[in-house]
Every structure is written in structure tokens, then in C-alpha cells.
Design a protein around this ligand. Structure first.
Ligand code: PLP
Length: 365
């Protein structure tokens, strides 16, 4: 049910132009082939219905989602583009793939067999992406299945192999030997399979360098401003801003406490600002006593527990903070990666957790 927003207490602004600019930066860093857009989980929380068409307009021709349902919603919004489902076709869902020109990622011999049967019934070749597991141990052909397929290519009869892909385990750690190990395993896997284009790097993989280049990169996070090169300057633009209105300002005497379980106690006369956003909006409860917001570019510390829809900040020394003014929670001064450090998680989780109950405005590309 869409909510009415007569006087919002928090808002999200999403700059589609920054996402498109990020895609172009990634294209420059991946000269070996085009760059797809991973828009699973509602484009990492930023809104696939808006993000995917903007990227399609900019020239992106390949999109990945996690679930068939996500693809069905997006099909008409990315006309002419390849739209692939990472999760693998569930038994019985094959007609939906065929009917809407959605490309399955085949993760096992069973999925391959089901897809070749579908092609036989359709009486024509059907496109698919073949996923090889080179170390993630989640989805993709495991070594024994890969060996079976390498011995018997007829198992792929009726399948037009659009790409052979694998997924990096630790691309965000350039010194991790697994990157090179996966590169070698992937080359060996492809060498024993019918010739097909390859798809390898995720966001961080693109920055590992040319040996991890392929015929199709698959970045997600970097499109949305998450730093693909942790520990080094972020080459991406930040497309998201989250602000919350101050609902009240309290004057506290020393000894008075703030929030559930009284985890914060004033040690001096203090001013406490309460904003209308909480863990139900993805402002993680793990930020209790650790996070911060920004007022006019200066940080104000989060004090006490984060509640379901309220969070408190110590604005002592900021007399300009009053009910009705806005604090910035995500933006250039505090990126999703920064919030993730405070919350003990990763920027991916901060973005995908972002709530849907306050209004979003999209700045067109
Ligand atoms: C999510 C995902 C990606 C994108 O990864 P990022 O780290 O967000 O760039 C690429 N490939 C697969 C298989 C994925 O599951």
C-alpha cells in the first residue's frame, strides 16, 4: 500500500545521474567487454524500477536480478536488454523465462537438464548463462558436475550459451590468493566447455586489474556508491542522501537518561534532538550509542538506543538545532560505508535495509 506523505519526517533523495556516471566509470575500468548492471534486491535498495531504465537509457545492455519475480517486473523497463536471473530457474518456472525473454543462470546439472528439455519442447535454441563454482560453494556447477559436462557437451543441446560465469569470493581483498586461484580455475573450466563468452568480475573484481577482465563484468555495489576498493579512495559517486526531521529537542539535566534501558546518561546539561527514523527504516539498531548524524556539515553523536522509529542525537552546543530542522544521516559527509563501520556491517546491508516508509525523490539522469 503506498503511503501518503503529507509532511514527511524523513526522506531519501536518489541521484540517477550519479548511478549512470558510476556505470560509465566502471566501463572505463573494464576495457575487455561491456559492463552489466546488477539490480537485484530492488537495485540494492535504491529502486530497480527507476535505476534500471536510467541505466538502459545510458546504454547498458545487460541486467542481473536475484529472482524471477524481480525480472518479470523489470522486463518492460529494460527493452532489448539481456535480463538474467542469478538464482536459477525453479522447477516449473521455465515457461515464464521463455515467455518473457528472461535468461536463466543455470547453476547445476539438474537445471541444465530442465532447460534443455524446455528447449526441446519449444523447438528452438534457448539462451542461458552457465555458472561455474570456483570457490564460493553456494551456487554454480561443483567440480564433479563440471567434469561431467566437460566430458559430454551434448548435455547442453538446445542451449545457446550466452555466457559462462563465475563469482569472486574476496575481490575486495586484492592480496587474497583466492583471486588468482579462482582465475585459474575459471580458465580451466572454460577450456573444457564449448566456446562461449565469459563473465567474471563483480564491482571489486573490476579493480583487480586486466587478468580479471572478461566479456561481461557484473558490478552491483559500485553502481550505488559503495567503495569497490576498500582502504583506498572511493572512485565512485554517492547517489543517495537520507535526511530526517528533528521532531523535538529536550533539555536534560546531569543524571537524566535517554531512551530504552537508559544506556546514555547526561553528565552535563545537554540538548537531545529526536528524529523520526529508526531500525524499522533500516537505521540499524546496532548504531545505538555509536552512530552519528550531520547538522550543517558538523557531526552530532547518536546517543542511547535506536528505537523502531525514533533516534536521539546529542546536539549540545548546536543551538541552531530546533524542531523542524533536518539532520543528514546519509550523504557525502557520511556514506553507507561509514555507517556500516559504525554498525559492524557492510555498506551493502545499510543500503538494502533502507526503509520504504518515507518518500523518495529521484533526480533524473
Ligand atoms: C551480487 C552479485 C554480483 C554483484 O556483486 P557486487 O559486489 O555488488 O558488485 C555479481 N555476481 C553475482 C553472482 C552476484 O550474486
Amino acid at each position: 500500500m503506498p503511503l501518503q506523505h503529507s509532511a514527511p519526517v524523513a526522506r531519501v533523495e536518489i541521484d540517477l545521474g550519479a548511478i549512470v556516471a558510476n556505470w560509465r566509470i566502471l566501463c572505463q575500468h573494464h576495457p575487455s567487454g561491456p559492463v552489466a548492471s546488477v539490480v537485484k534486491a530492488d537495485a540494492y535498495g535504491l529502486g530497480a524500477a527507476q535505476v534500471a531504465p536510467a541505466l538502459r537509457e545510458a546504454g547498458c545492455g545487460h541486467f542481473f536480478v536475484g529472482l524471477l519475480d524481480e525480472a518479470l517486473v523489470l522486463r518492460d523497463r529494460v527493452p532489448g536488454a539481456m535480463l538474467a536471473v542469478l538464482g536459477g530457474p525453479q522447477p516449473g518456472s521455465e515457461p515464464d523465462y521463455v515467455g518473457d525473454d528472461i535468461t536463466p543462470v543455470l547453476n547445476s546439472l539438474a537445471e541444465i537438464d530442465a532447460w534443455t528439455a524446455t528447449a526441446r519442447r519449444a523447438g528452438r535454441m534457448l539462451p542461458a548463462i552457465l555458472h561455474i563454482d570456483t570457490g564460493m560453494s553456494r551456487l554454480g556447477l561443483e567440480p564433479r558436475e563440471l567434469a561431467t559436462l566437460q566430458r559430454d557437451h551434448t548435455r547442453l543441446a538446445g542451449i545457446e550459451l550466452r555466457y559462462i560465469m563465475t563469482h569472486l569470493v574476496a575481490a575486495d581483498c586484492p592480496d587474497q590468493p583466492l583471486n588468482e586461484a579462482q582465475r585459474r580455475r575459471f580458465s580451466a573450466a572454460c577450456a573444457g566447455l564449448p566456446a562461449a563468452p565469459t563473465s567474471f568480475a563483480n564491482s571489486s573484481g573490476i579493480f583487480l586489474g586486466a587478468p580479471w577482465g572478461s566479456d561481461l563484468a557484473r558490478p552491483g555495489a559500485a553502481l550505488y556508491g559503495i567503495n569497490p576498493t576498500p582502504g583506498r579512495p572511493n572512485p565512485m559517486h554517492l547517489p543517495v542522501r537520507l535526511t530526517a526531521r528533528v521532531l523535538s529537542v529536550r533539555e536534560l539535566q546531569p543524571g537524566e537518561t535517554v531512551g530504552y534501558n537508559a544506556t546514555w546518561r547526561a553528565t552535563r546539561p545537554s540538548r537531545i534532538a529526536t528524529v523520526g527514523i529508526g531500525y524499522a527504516d533500516g537505521w540499524l539498531r546496532a548504531l545505538s550509542g555509536r552512530g552519528r548524524a550531520f547538522f550543517d556539515g558538523t557531526p552530532v553523536p547518536l546517543v542511547g538506543r535506536v528505537s523502531m522509529d525514533l533516534t536521539t542525537f546529542d546536539v549540545t552546543g548546536h543551538p541552531a538545532v530546533h524542531p523542524g530542522c533536518w539532520l543528514e544521516l546519509l550523504g557525502p559527509a557520511q556514506t553507507p560505508d561509514d555507517v556500516a563501520v559504525a554498525a559492524g556491517t557492510i555498506g551493502y546491508e545499510v543500503l538494502t535495509a533502507l526503509g520504504r516508509r518515507f518518500p523518495r525523490t529521484y533526480c533524473p539522469a
